[in-house]
Design a binder for this molecule. Structure first.
Ligand SMILES: NC(=O)c1ccc[n+]([C@@H]2O[C@H](COP(=O)([O-])OP(=O)(O)OC[C@H]3O[C@@H](n4cnc5c(N)ncnc54)[C@H](OP(=O)(O)O)[C@@H]3O)[C@@H](O)[C@H]2O)c1
Length: 327
């Protein structure tokens, strides 16, 4: 492994706050590495190549796909473990917080040209960018669109802002609590406007409408586990007729959506979990072309010697500040 992002909420996960994981295990989801060796039937990546893993393993069964994250919690579909997901997670226990990882070939993506990238510690954000890119793709965001990113102050939200700008959004309204994160986002581009979250649905919806100067064509919700659905619903309230809202965050609340409202406004509400290797490749191309500028990130690097310190540092950063493990 060359470099692996340590997500801000890793300590919560380690403490058991995000569901079960087959143990013993090596934690760590996603990352950038160099291939040392491949199995005889592996042709997706070659020894010596710089590759990304998103840690996203699918059973490959088209009729009933079953999906898990490696080195992390997270089961796709209805989120319930099955004999198949248990077997997948029992077999593959080597996450990426390590010097070396053993990975199923299907989770690896060759990044042609990445061997020339000057800073693998920044490139370690590629898996999170890819998840955000999956949400932006599913939103159908077009050039000139007005977008709200809820939870823009988080790492996934920050990644979503970068992807929306790269895709030509006309206006990106970054909505979240942390004022320091919002300031960093505002400095990215004149198209970014910020709305600090108060948590009051009506107040926040009014502020979003002012920042948008109207309604939103697209909302991407990348919030973490907020205690109510009010932040999510404030952004829902500013969708224009025919707009799309994509949920990619980790909110554990139910949403109360009036049937008649969704129907009359012809809204599309979509979920987005992880992303394909094709999306990851397209994201890498945007990074390589400079459309997504990784210089926007403030990166702290940590090693393997003090895991507790690494978790503390990861927990302390926000949004476009990231902690990267360079083992
Ligand atoms: N769908 C997928 O494929 C996928 C993949 C990876 C992760 N996720 C989920 O996405 C979520 C966000 O990930 P991340 O890496 O961006 O996490 P993160 O960096 O910890 O960001 C969390 C975001 O949620 C906000 N937030 C957290 N608690 C809140 C509260 N009580 N009230 C209001 N806002 C709150 C934070 O606001 P402030 O910083 O402004 O306080 C921040 O914007 C996670 O919960 C994760 O489970 C989903």
């Amino acid at each position: 492994m060359l470099a692996v992002q340590v997500p801000a909420y890793t300590r919560v996960l380690v403490a058991g706050g995000r569901g079960g994981i087959a143990t013993p295990t090596v934690l760590g989801v996603g990352g950038i590495g160099v291939v040392e060796a491949v199995g005889d039937d592996v042709h997706t990546v070659r020894p010596g190549e710089v590759v990304m893993t998103g840690g996203f393993l699918t059973s490959g069964r088209v009729a009933e796909p079953e999906e898990v994250l490696l080195g992390w919690t997270g089961i796709g579909g209805r989120g319930r473990s099955t004999a198949t997901t248990d077997a997948m997670r029992r077999t593959w226990r080597t996450g990426t917080f390590a010097e070396r990882a053993l990975m199923p070939a299907s989770t690896l993506l060759a990044l042609p040209g990445a061997e020339h990238h000057p800073d693998p510690a920044r490139l370690a954000f590629l898996p999170w960018l890819t998840i955000a890119a999956g949400a932006v793709e599913r939103s159908g965001l077009g050039p000139g669109d007005r977008v709200v990113v809820s939870g823009a102050t988080g790492q996934l939200g920050g990644a979503t802002v970068l992807l929306a700008l790269a895709r030509g959004a006309g206006r990106v309204v970054a909505y979240g609590r942390s004022t320091a994160s919002l300031e960093r986002l505002a400095a990215l581009d004149q198209r970014v406007l910020t709305v600090p979250a108060t948590g009051d649905r009506a107040t926040d919806a009014a502020a979003l409408t002012r920042a948008l100067d109207g309604d939103a064509d697209v909302v991407v919700d990348a919030l973490g586990p907020a205690p109510t659905s009010d932040l999510t619903m404030a952004a829902y309230d500013v969708l224009r007729t025919d707009a799309t809202m994509v949920l990619v965050g980790g909110v554990r609340q139910d949403l109360s959506i009036p049937y008649g409202d969704l129907m009359h406004r012809r809204l599309t509400l979509r979920g987005s979990w992880m992303a394909s290797n094709e999306t990851a490749y397209a994201t890498w191309r945007q990074v390589e072309a400079g459309l997504v500028d990784l210089d926007a990130l403030a990166v702290t690097t940590v090693g393997l010697d003090d895991p507790d310190d690494a978790l503390a540092r990861a927990e302390a950063v926000r949004g476009l500040e990231i902690v990267t493990l360079v083992p």
